[in-house]
Design a protein around this ligand. Structure first.
Ligand SMILES: *Cc1c(COP(=O)(O)O)cnc(C)c1O
Length: 353
């Protein structure tokens, strides 16, 4: 085949974890469900007809996000999930051939979208304390630096100091992916006013329980936001998704926050349970736990046959003693309600027995 784009040939389609599973702890979605006010709004939207186009750039949703975040609506970009946000940011903020420095390990789609947009991803391993290697990221000669905090899959937040220094010193754009910010104690949203090249990416797929509707957003300078919208194109967020996201923020933010608090309690209890089994996990600021453990791939496969899906990683950079001891293997386990976690732990124990 010579008639397709050459830099796509080595990419593979995203598979996630194949097939449904009784208990799915593999994708960090909200295991408590969808906000009740959203369910009600979706039910009444069903009778309304969908013949017309949605707002081209989700103006009503942007207004709600602006109110929620305290960032002006001209600085908000929406997208079909934050995947779409990363995709259009890479397209709008760099030229083909430019480098994108990404912390490693991190969200697999970041280097993938860099590649699909003709950019060159440069992985920069985290330090042994799971922080961004500021010197190495700045030295990577990158047009864009991609950070993720709290980071997927390691669950750890980057230090405020590292992010601030990178934002201050980087000559190019810095994307901070805050997909899990609702479970963390800190956001870098306050840096936006003094950092015209900072882009913060967020999503309704995790804490907000709306992964099926594909809605995400970015906060940036007005100039960058406009360029990202040009790159993104109109009508990317459907009317139903935009409605659901707006209702979640405006009518049910208390539900979202209460479930996030439960997720935080659940992750601490899961870390304790694992520690009781001799498995040390790095501190989590997300709705999942990262457990470096030898044989993680086999454990996950065996758990799957017993109805519990968790995500396994292999070949991770051995940045600390835990990942060194596990040979670069780890499990990433989404947390949910107590009954779900009890079942997952029972299956974990069964598989390891
Ligand atoms: C899940 C996830 C996303 C993607 O979310 P969508 O909004 O569903 O596209 C982005 N970044 C990170 C770090 C994630 O874990």
């Amino acid at each position: 085949m010579t008639d397709t784009r050459t830099n796509y040939r080595d990419l593979r389609l995203y598979t996630g974890d194949t097939g449904p599973c009784a208990i799915d702890l593999s994708d960090n979605t909200n295991l408590w469900g969808t906000p009740p006010a959203v369910e009600a709004a979706l039910a009444s939207a069903a009778g309304r007809g969908m013949r017309g186009y949605p707002e081209p750039y989700s103006e009503s949703l942007k207004a709600a996000i602006a109110e929620y975040t305290g960032v002006q609506p001209t600085r908000v970009v929406t997208g079909a999930g934050s995947d779409d946000i990363l995709d259009c940011a890479f397209r709008a903020l760099a030229e083909p051939g430019d480098r994108v420095a990404c912390i490693a390990p991190t969200f697999v789609m970041a280097p993938t979208f860099a590649t699909t947009n003709g950019l060159v991803p440069v992985p920069v391993p985290l330090t042994s304390r799971y922080d961004a290697d500021v010197g190495a990221l700045l030295a990577a000669n990158a047009r864009i630096i991609y950070l993720c905090s709290p980071n997927n899959p390691t669950s750890t937040p980057l230090s405020r100091n590292a992010i601030e220094t990178i934002v201050e010193r980087s000559p190019g754009y810095v994307i901070v992916d805050e997909a899990y910010v609702d479970f963390a104690s800190d956001s870098v949203i306050d840096l936006l006013d003094h950092a015209p090249r900072l882009v913060i990416a967020r999503t309704f797929s995790k804490a907000f329980g709306l992964a099926g509707l594909r809605v995400g957003y970015a906060l940036a300078s007005s100039a960058a936001a406009t360029e990202m919208e040009k790159a993104r194109g109109p009508y990317k967020v459907g009317a139903v998704g935009a409605l659901a996201a707006r209702v979640a923020i405006v009518e049910d933010i208390a539900w979202v926050r209460a479930r996030a608090a439960e997720a935080i309690a659940a992750r601490e209890s899961l870390r304790d349970e694992l520690l009781g089994r001799g498995i040390v996990t790095p501190p989590s600021a997300a709705n999942f736990v990262f457990a470096p453990i030898a044989g993680a791939v086999r454990i996950a496969a065996n758990m799957k046959t017993l109805g519990v899906a968790v995500r396994a990683f292999a070949g991770l950079p051995r940045i600390d003693a835990l990942l060194d001891a596990s040979g670069g293997e780890a499990l990433r386990i989404t947390v949910g309600p107590p009954d779900v976690m009890a079942r997952a732990l029972a299956v974990f124990d069964e598989v390891r027995a």
